[in-house]
Design a protein around this ligand. Structure first.
Ligand code: PHE
Length: 447
């Protein structure tokens, strides 16, 4: 065991840091739309079921592996069983590839924050003007690149400050800030005229929309949203101290992650419906529809600045965890200083993110299977590498990892509750792998 490492102070830090990784762009624009168009409240129930059966057990397994080995993702799996080090590499590569497109979106968020604060967005006359401004910004070569680089450097600065002064301190400051901004925005949104209709679209249970396909969509969402399947939680748990209760931490992180996703829907849909606009998915909802809606309110610059600051904070705490996954690997496995390791990770992200950013305009022609580079990174990670990593993590934790290690880590030195550990083992051995194989096949359009 490597005892020279830093540890997070107590339970609150562990929860905030892991929640920082989980709460991200996936919660704020993806969850509300997916829920709203897949059965509303009924989808939320299915999502909660998947969270309990799939997301939380995998998160607990990653926590146990990380804290037991106290190593980076590759070292952790290798020290437990040499044949499984590929699972750690899968994680590091996935983290780099996710950074490739996530930083680009984070750059757009940064640009929209600056444009909100400067009043530039508020000056746009209607949604067509918002759409045009977004399209011309993202397809231009230099401006989005500059914002993306700015965001990467901010992220780099936090990583170089170190585990305690950078990662832990930023999470302890940014996560409460994020929650406060979200609650303020939710209250503002609920006070709008069409609020009831928006909430109805988002949360009214419509069980007729629940099909096997919806269950698969919910599982995929749980997975990406909790940041499990790529060793990020292994990496963070290697900094948890011995007293941190892993079951409770996983429970609290899941509650915060889901709470933020639901509050995000409460912010977005009442606003969308009060403006009489059909809800749309993804980037256009956040970067085009919402700015247009803010413009119809009093103080548009203020509200859109708060909203984009919220998104920037959510994105930053997630990219920090992705960066740390790769940096810690380089630091420990290649025996580089933390700063050199961080620079290499930063340079790789700059390269990938630049290509992804340019693929929205200048390099649009570079397509494989009809997808530009940005979409390829998204597709490869979310649909292939993460489900594969998650599936392998369950098989590893359920079948390969010594059961004593798992049980010991779960109890953190406290009296045993045999029932809970048995349930966890059954879930990891049988239930999670079967569910994950289904997501995987579905994503490859095999079922
Ligand atoms: N969970 C983050 C989100 O919801 C994305 C992410 C995935 C971050 C995997 C780290 C690792 O946006």
């Amino acid at each position: 065991m490597n005892e020279k490492r830093s540890f997070f102070d107590g339970r609150l830090s562990a929860v905030l840091v892991a929640a920082g990784s989980s709460v991200g762009l996936g919660n704020i624009w993806r969850f509300p739309y997916v829920a709203g168009s897949n059965g509303g409240g009924a989808f939320v129930l299915v999502y909660l079921g998947c969270l309990l059966l799939l997301g939380m057990p995998v998160m607990m397994a990653e926590f146990a592996i990380g804290r037991h080995t106290r190593q980076n993702a590759v070292g952790a799996y290798r020290s437990l069983d040499k044949r499984w080090s590929w699972l750690g590499y899968n994680g590091v590569v996935s983290a780099l590839l996710i950074m490739g497109f996530y930083f680009v979106v984070a750059g757009w968020v940064g640009a929209w924050l600056v444009r909100s604060a400067s009043g530039e967005l508020a000056a746009l006359s209607d949604s067509a003007a918002c759409a045009k401004s977004f399209a011309s910004f993202t397809s231009s070569p230099w401006a989005p690149l500059a914002y993306t680089l700015g965001f990467i450097l901010l992220n780099h600065a936090v990583i170089v400050l170190g585990v305690k002064k950078g990662i832990e301190r930023s999470a302890r400051f940014l996560m409460p800030l994020l929650l406060v901004m979200l609650v303020v925005l939710a209250i503002r949104s609920l006070l709008m005229e069409g609020a009831a209709e928006g909430i109805e679209f988002f949360l009214k249970p419509d069980f007729s929309k629940i099909t096997p396909r919806t269950v698969l969509v919910a599982m995929g969402q749980v997975f990406f949203s909790l940041s499990v399947g790529l060793g990020t939680m292994v990496t963070y748990a290697s900094y948890f101290n011995r007293e941190t209760d892993l079951k409770r931490t996983a429970l609290h992180v899941s509650l915060i992650d889901t709470g933020v996703a639901i509050l995000a829907g409460i912010v977005i849909f009442p606003a969308v419906f009060s403006a009489g606009i059909a809800p749309e998915a993804g980037p256009s909802l956040v970067f085009i529809t919402l700015p247009d809606i803010f413009n119809s309110m009093g103080h548009p610059a203020l509200w859109s600045s708060i909203f984009f600051l919220l998104l920037a904070v959510a994105a930053l705490t997630s990219t920090i965890s992705l960066h740390e996954t790769a940096t810690l690997y380089l630091h420990e496995e290649w025996h580089l200083s933390r700063s050199t390791a961080a620079w290499i990770t930063t340079m790789c992200s700059v390269l990938l993110a630049s290509l992804a950013s340019l693929s929205m305009g200048t390099l649009k022609g570079w397509q494989i299977g009809g997808l530009n580079f940005f979409d390829q990174l998204d597709f490869l990670t979310a649909n292939i590498l993460l489900p594969l990593g998650g599936l392998a993590t369950c098989i590893f934790a359920g079948w390969v990892l010594d059961r004593k290690v798992l049980v010991e880590q779960m109890h953190s030195g406290k009296p045993r509750t045999a029932f809970l550990s048995c349930t966890l083992v059954v879930l990891l051995r049988w239930i999670c792998p079967v569910l994950l194989v289904m997501i995987f096949l579905d994503n490859l359009h095999l079922i």
